[in-house]
Design a protein around this ligand. Sequence first.
Ligand code: SF4
Length: 94
Amino acid sequence: MPQVRHINRTDSSGRIYCCLRNKVVVLDKEHRSLFCAGCRMYAGDAGGLGVECLWEDVRPVGNPHLVDDPEAELRSNQTKKIPTKPAPPGLGAP
Ligand code: SF4
């Protein structure tokens, strides 16, 4: 699965969606020093507009994936696709 570059630009309240914490957070000094500084997903500061996070994404998103609405991104990330296997022969629907 490809590593997707998520370019999280802060919204009008300075918030972004954080994959590590799986929540919307204010991207302030505290979050950067307590979480981003030690995060393996950290991939840049989005040109000073937010934070870039690199992680495997099961959703059909572009790469890079530009995020301007952290609440929508949070909701979208709560719907995980579960891979399904075809039923073994004889166990399928009639
Ligand atoms: S770098 Fe890590 S801690 Fe910082 S916003 Fe991205 S996922 Fe969250």
